[in-house]
Design a protein around this ligand. Structure first.
Ligand code: SF4
Length: 316
């Protein structure tokens, strides 16, 4: 076993030799974020996957992210450091059940979160992320009937803001479901000036007490530009590393989970990735994402549609 500094050097050498890029999600451990060429949320990772000219993409994230990168880059090798890195939200929406749900409600436009398998994307008209869900919904005509899946908390939040006709799949993420309202309120008593930042995948009672609600990227941006000195952060704990880097003199407190004996505000799937696994998959070029071409083509359409809308809005 190499120590971390040797591992990092070896990874960098392999990257240069193989023209590989390491892309990491904000929920990765700090040492993974620090060696990545690019760190972002799901939307930014999908956008970067379109832009990169690397031959190999190492996706330090979870399975659906590697799949999304492969869908957008069929000619490239996309490697996932740990094949067990699934996602409880994606798992809460099995494709066969989602297909039956869609068929039971014909004529509705299907919006699925990117946190889904390729098979669920292939059943969708358009994908979204928490960064652009609102714009994607609002890009549709006002009277359009919408099926939204799989996150019920994000779906209900967007429905409450847009007042659209949305039928929502009953799925959730194990991290965002577990925050304790009681403990957040206790923390507020100890830090009365701290603002509560919450991801819209959190249940409604947490969103009600939040001072700011937004995607991971939006929470990061808010924490940089806002004038408060302390924040209680109700999303996966990995983002605190970047928040602290961007605002070294501010205090960031992870929102506690209901069960104080577990570290439930760590995504157990994201945290499977290690430097050693990144080195191994890059060295051996294994753990490659593969997709049936017919499925890939079907799953690509809703992602491209999302990217078109997002890019158009970025340019406006
Ligand atoms: S934090 Fe939740 S939604 Fe994100 S990858 Fe982990 S399980 Fe999936």
């Amino acid at each position: 076993m190499m120590d971390n500094s040797n591992l990092i050097r070896e990874i960098k050498d392999l990257q240069a030799a193989k023209n590989a890029i390491i892309m990491a999600h904000y929920y990765q451990n700090s040492e993974i974020q620090d060696i990545a060429d690019f760190v972002g949320d799901s939307l930014a990772l999908a956008q970067k996957a379109v832009d990169t000219d690397a031959d190999i993409i190492v996706l330090a994230g979870v399975n659906f992210m590697a799949e999304t990168a492969k869908i957008l880059n069929p000619s490239k090798k996309v490697l996932l450091p740990d094949l067990e890195a699934s996602c409880s939200l994606a798992d809460s929406c099995p494709a066969d059940m989602f297909e039956a749900f869609v068929k039971a409600h014909p004529g509705q436009t299907v919006i699925s979160y990117v946190n889904t398998t390729a098979a669920v994307k292939a059943l969708s008209d358009i994908t979204c992320t928490s960064s652009n869900a609102m714009q994607i919904v609002e890009s549709l005509p006002r009277d359009e009937k919408i099926i939204f899946g799989p996150d019920r908390n994000l779906g209900n939040y967007i429905k409450s803001l847009t007042h659209r006709d949305m039928l929502i799949w009953d799925g959730a993420c194990h991290v965002h479901e577990e925050f304790s309202l009681e403990k957040i309120l206790e923390l507020k008593q100890v830090h009365p000036d701290a603002k509560v930042l919450a991801h819209p995948e959190c249940p409604k009672p947490i969103l009600i007490v939040a001072d700011y609600i937004g995607s991971t990227a939006a929470l990061l941006q808010f924490s940089k530009t806002d004038t408060a000195n302390a924040y209680i952060v109700a999303t996966e704990s990995g983002i605190l590393h970047r928040m602290q880097q961007e605002s070294p003199y501010k205090l960031f407190i992870p929102a506690p989970p209901k069960d104080s004996t577990c570290s439930c505000n760590d995504c157990r799937f994201m945290k499977l990735v290690t430097l050693q696994k990144i080195y191994d998959c890059l060295n051996n070029e294994n753990n490659e994402a593969f997709l049936d071409e017919a499925l890939r083509l079907k799953a690509e359409k809703p992602i491209r549609r999302m990217l078109e809308i997002s890019n158009k809005l970025r340019l406006m």
